[in-house]
Ligand binder design. Structure first.
Ligand code: NAG
Ligand code: NAG
Ligand code: NAG
Ligand code: NAG
Ligand code: NAG
Ligand code: NAG
Ligand code: NAG
Ligand code: NAG
Length: 396
């Protein structure tokens, strides 16, 4: 757990280094992006007052910053000019994403108790009419080191709320996330966080109400701590999906997710990796999911190493993404009954591609009509005091 100590040392050093010139950005009545960008270039601290709402109508390139703090007490609201953003969001090849805002550099911080509003409703409605519409991620921490994002509310992102892309030593603490829709249209793909090609990331003490992964560990997320989250309505705390793209090797290593209350979700604790012909490869190693309190979740505990692949194809073309040393400990609560009696499903590709999976202290129940609970597994040798619940897991 060496990386925990490093992280704590880092936070105190950041607090000391934030000082010097302070600027305030006020609302102009039009696009406030140019003034906001120039303030962040010039001043070490940029304040947005409590009664200020900045109208951001053009993209925010805040990369290469050094020693900067955005003290957000008011609101940053992205103007939902769909035609503009679909053509001008910063784009990333990974999963063909675009974003409103790239925030990068060294020793950078956003805090202050204010709000970042993605104006998602217009996007949710437009996406329902055009499923190929590119929708912006609200905040992308990009090529950044020593980042703190703290005490912020994030509302109605058009797509993912937070993307950590090529970051190191990045900490999110006390973040309130909420996506809601006032129409019949879904809040699709509103992940709380996606961590990609990043090392030493922590996400703590936060509340998330959204419509896709609460937190997702994408390729090359390493040394991650997720602690004390309340997630509602999400797709869970998810490793993956991994091993999707031919020729690409994905690593997810050293992830601990603990003290998670998760409700009304598609999944609780999840690992998913592709199998089948023409996919990629990778390794998922040293993953701990512990102290989960679940309520009404479809799959409270799930490993799916045949993701998007039927049983025949998975047996013929097992996953090239290997899974090693996974712990599920102290997992309690209820399933939704959508998988009837099954409260935990650990299904691996054949030939020892999942190793060292430990299950302990399970107390999961399905709705009364499906009692007693059932446990599904394949191609994995389980250890731990809940292993007996699963029986033998050798066959497919
Ligand atoms: C934000 O600025 C844009 C560009 O000037 C303008 O079209 C839009 O009406 C403004 N929105 C608000 C809420 O002021
Ligand atoms: C952002 O601005 C920096 C500095 O001006 C520039 O080098 C970089 O190419 C810009 N990034 C994008 C994605 O436009
Ligand atoms: C749907 O969105 C895509 C991607 O942003 C865009 O190229 C296309 O023109 C849109 N289609 C319609 C009918 O608006
Ligand atoms: C939690 O999620 C469910 C299902 O998406 C939703 O109906 C409910 O309103 C959410 N609860 C809160 C407190 O936001
Ligand atoms: C992940 O890291 C490994 C080792 O550095 C590298 O070979 C691989 O290309 C990386 N994968 C991605 C998706 O960046
Ligand atoms: C994972 O943690 C172990 C034990 O602390 C460490 O030796 C290893 O280098 C870490 N892996 C990565 C990719 O940082
Ligand atoms: C399983 O997937 C393979 C490969 O994608 C496909 O050819 C086959 O028809 C599928 N079989 C069933 C039973 O769905
Ligand atoms: C489970 O353990 C047995 C005995 O050590 C071994 O033969 C078998 O290959 C293992 N199965 C898997 C899926 O790892």
């Amino acid at each position: 757990m060496r990386f925990v100590a490093t992280f704590i040392a880092l936070v105190s050093c950041l607090v000391v280094s934030v000082s010097a010139t302070t600027c305030k950005v006020t609302a102009s009545g039009g696009d406030d992006a140019p003034a906001f960008l120039s303030a962040v270039q010039k001043c070490t601290q940029v304040t947005i007052d409590k009664d200020t709402t900045l109208n951001i109508s053009t993209r925010l390139n805040m990369t290469g910053l050094n020693d900067r703090r955005i003290k957000l007490k008011g609101t940053i609201k992205f103007n939902p000019d769909i035609a503009y953003w679909a053509g001008n969001g910063f784009s990333f090849p990974f999963q063909t994403q675009i974003t409103f805002w790239i925030f990068g550099g060294n020793n950078i911080r956003i805090d202050g108790g204010g709000t970042i509003d993605g104006s998602g409703q217009a996007w949710y409605d437009a996406f329902a009419a055009n499923s190929s519409l590119l929708r912006p991620i609200t905040l992308t921490v990009f090529q950044a080191q020593n980042v703190v994002i703290e005490d912020i509310t994030m509302l109605n992102s058009p797509e993912w709320f937070n993307f950590v892309n090529e970051g190191k030593h990045v900490s999110y603490n006390n973040i309130r996330i909420s996506a809601t829709t006032s129409s019949v249209n879904r809040i699709a793909n509103t992940d709380g966080w996606d961590v990609y090609r990043s090392d030493d990331v922590s996400i703590t003490n936060s509340n998330i109400n959204n419509g896709d992964d609460c937190v997702s560990f994408k390729p090359n997320a390493t040394n991650i701590i997720v602690n004390n989250l309340v997630c509602n309505g999400s797709h869970g705390i998810s490793v993956g999906s991994l091993g999707q793209f031919p020729g690409v090797f994905d690593i997810v290593e050293n992830v601990t997710a603990s003290n998670i209350r998760i409700s009304n979700a598609q999944n609780g604790a999840r690992i998913k990796a592709w199998a089948g012909p023409n996919v990629g490869s990778g390794i998922v190693k040293n993953i701990v999911f512990e102290h989960f309190i679940e309520s009404n979740n479809d799959n409270p505990v799930i490993i799916d190493q045949c993701y998007m692949t039927n049983a025949t194809a998975c047996a013929q073309f097992p996953s090239n993404t290997f899974i090693q040393n996974v712990v599920f400990n102290d997992i309690s609560g209820t399933s939704s009954g959508s998988t009837k009696s099954v409260v935990a499903s650990l299904k691996c590709s054949p030939d020892g591609r999942c190793e060292d999976v430990t299950v302990s202290n399970f107390n999961l129940t399905p709705p009364a009509i499906y009692a007693p609970a059932a446990y599904a597994c394949q191609n994995v040798n389980l250890t731990g005091n809940a292993a007996g619940l699963f029986g033998t897991c050798t066959t497919t």
